[in-house]
Design a protein around this ligand. Structure first.
Ligand SMILES: Nc1ncnc2c1ncn2[C@@H]1O[C@H](COP(=O)(O)OP(=O)(O)OP(=O)(O)O)[C@@H](O)[C@H]1O
Length: 281
């Protein structure tokens, strides 16, 4: 006997009225379903992402952290479900995305400054508006390197700084970051992490961050979204509301240590749990 596992067909689903999130919700995800090769990754998945907060996404390997933010950002199609931003569709929402692999994310034929200005040009902004916005970003990121160079002439950290500046240039409502520090050395990670926190404090932009580093995930977060093994559910949402700016001293504070320990306990429970359905390896 063979068993065919397939995504739910849309026409089989009863019409369920849309259930909004609690006050302060920015992104509402309802009934999200995504299969890869006949195996469920997300099935009828609901989630509310708060507005003006940093949410770190953490979970076992391959549980679908990147796929989740990529589906919300519209980079990967969903099989079914609904994702709304303040009640609007993605098409009516300005988003920014920072990729792990900054080398492939920047356009090599454009000078760094033109990479940063690119989304503003797409929006049809005037030269004066573009210059003003780029200057603002240069000031808030305290950029000391020469933006007239091409991306490949700069260090990894400089390139990733520039790609975060590019993502922020149009003033996105939501910024997605997929492991933005994983290809950087520690010094650069600390620098960009602080800059990101400063920008967040200035703008209050909703951010979703995928990180493999639990310390970093907790350090930056207002909420740590802990996911289960696939088919992926929310294992727990941990609130961590230590004051900002957080600094290296924060890492030694009991509240930070507690939040990290709780996250680690939930993560380990998930990693040890037998998966109910795993795709063939
Ligand atoms: N295009 C695809 N085709 C088939 N399977 C895919 C595809 N993209 C992702 N997957 C599978 O979906 C699952 C989730 O992948 P994803 O990269 O989102 O997980 P992750 O939690 O971000 O992983 P990691 O911890 O390794 O970074 C994995 O099992 C992966 O193999």
């Amino acid at each position: 006997m063979s068993v065919v596992i397939s995504p739910k067909l849309k026409h089989e689903e009863p019409e369920v009225p849309f259930r909004p999130g609690p006050p302060g919700t920015h992104i509402t995800i309802r009934g999200l379903t995504k299969y890869f090769a006949g195996w469920p990754l997300y099935e009828d998945f609901d989630l509310d992402i708060p507005k003006g907060k940093i949410v770190s996404v953490f979970g076992p390997n391959g549980c679908g952290k990147s796929t989740l933010i990529n589906m919300i950002a519209g980079l990967i199609p969903i099989d079914s479900g609904q994702i709304l931003f303040d009640g609007k569709s993605l098409a009516d929402t300005k988003i920014g995305y920072v990729f792990q692999n900054y080398r492939e994310a920047m356009f090599p034929w454009l000078r760094t400054i033109d990479n940063i200005a690119y989304p503003l040009k797409l929006e049809g902004k005037s030269k004066a508006e573009i210059n003003r916005r780029v200057e603002e970003l240069v000031a808030s990121f305290d950029v000391k390197f020469d933006l007239n160079r091409y991306p490949y002439e700069m260090s990894g950290g400089q390139q990733q700084t520039a790609s975060i500046m590019r993502a922020l240039a149009p003033g996105p409502e939501v910024l997605f970051l997929d492991e933005p520090f994983s290809a950087l050395d520690f010094e650069m990670t600390l620098f960009i992490r602080e800059k990101l926190q400063e920008v967040f404090m200035q703008t209050g932009t909703t951010m979703m961050l995928v990180s493999h580093d639990l310390e970093e995930a907790v350090y930056l977060a207002d909420e740590i979204l802990l996911l289960t093994k696939r088919p992926t559910k929310v294992a727990h949402i941990l609130h961590y509301d230590d004051a900002r700016p957080r600094t290296v001293e924060t890492l030694m504070q009991p509240r930070f240590i507690d939040a990290k320990k709780m996250s680690l306990d939930i993560f380990q429970t998930e990693v040890r749990r037998e998966a109910t359905a795993q795709p063939p390896r």
